[in-house]
Design a protein around this ligand. Structure first.
Ligand SMILES: [Mg+2]
Length: 298
């Protein structure tokens, strides 16, 4: 029973909604609590319409995190694959992400231009991406670092940047991939000097000071017999995630026909999933091959 009007609760709610509807149709506003005004302190952070919304995450103090968890230098493939697993989870769990790009301890997520997810509020985009990514990092850690316990909870900062044109978005992604190349070339030589030539970090840093890309390639080739272009693509190019149709094969118990009863059969169904590529995204070829990514109404 409802305490105030003494009818069964289910009926009472029905009556309430009828009264509410009448009030609204008469243009009568419901009384607000005197505290309601604090809502006005909330800032409007709606992302400008028709812009690409990019959320970039970056590991908090991952230099220390990598040390404590014995990451391989210059690249730890377990850590990079875990980052990508987290990014795939973000794309699958959240709405409207058309492409993601990651390298080192960072990942960028691009929401489609016309996304109206959470009314385009920047704080919603950013916090959903960051929290989903961070919880996935902890959740999936053990699948990638079987012998290495997670010693403390990692964190990620996030930022939202709007890009008004396809060109500015492509330039943004090119900037991140160029950054991947510059850092990876440096780190590959830096760690070779330490691990193979026995230099201290300070000495390796000194040796590389003022060198250009060609000089670093030459050191790798002449001193360590390493052709930088043969280093793994994932390290040199980072990881791009785009939606692709994937055939999923599952085994299912089959009911009919009778002679096959109880037998397991492979069933194929097509699903759209975020699939990783380690390719160049600076040139036009990638965008020509995947025009749907930048499609206005994608
Ligand atoms: Mg970082």
């Amino acid at each position: 029973m409802c305490a105030s009007c003494n009818v069964k609760v289910r009926n009472c709610l029905g009556v309430t909604s009828v009264i509410l509807r009448r009030f609204l149709s008469l243009g009568v506003t419901m009384a607000k609590s005197k505290f309601e005004y604090v809502r006005d302190f909330e800032a409007d952070d709606t992302c400008l319409a028709h812009c690409w919304v990019v959320v970039r995450l970056d590991g908090r103090n991952f230099h220390r995190f990598a040390e404590k968890h014995n990451f391989a230098k210059p690249n730890d493939s377990r850590a990079l694959h875990l980052m990508t697993k987290c990014a795939q989870t973000v794309m699958e769990e959240l709405d409207d992400i058309v492409i993601a790009y990651g390298q080192s301890d960072e990942y960028s997520f691009v929401f489609k231009r016309k996304s109206n997810w959470f009314k385009r509020r920047a704080s919603k985009f950013m916090t959903h991406v960051a929290s989903q990514f961070a919880s996935s990092y902890v959740f999936y850690w053990r699948y990638y670092f079987e012998d290495q316990p997670l010693l403390y909870p990692p964190g990620f900062d996030g930022r939202v940047v709007l890009y008004p044109t396809n060109q500015t978005l492509k330039d943004y992604l090119s900037w991140r991939q160029a950054d991947c190349h510059i850092n990876n070339l440096y780190n590959t030589v830096f760690w070779a000097l330490i691990q193979k030539s026995g230099l201290t970090p300070i000495q390796a840093q000194g040796r590389l000071q003022g060198t250009l890309a060609a000089d670093k390639n030459e050191i790798l080739f002449s001193e360590f017999n390493v052709n930088y272009n043969h280093e793994p693509l994932m390290y040199r190019k980072g990881t791009v995630l785009i939606w692709q149709k994937v055939d999923e094969v599952t085994t299912k118990e089959v009911k009919l026909p009778a002679e096959m009863e109880g037998r397991k059969m492979a069933v194929t169904r097509t699903r759209t999933k975020p699939v990783p590529f380690h390719c160049d995204i600076i040139g036009d070829a990638f965008w020509k091959k995947h025009p749907e990514i930048l499609d206005e109404d994608s």
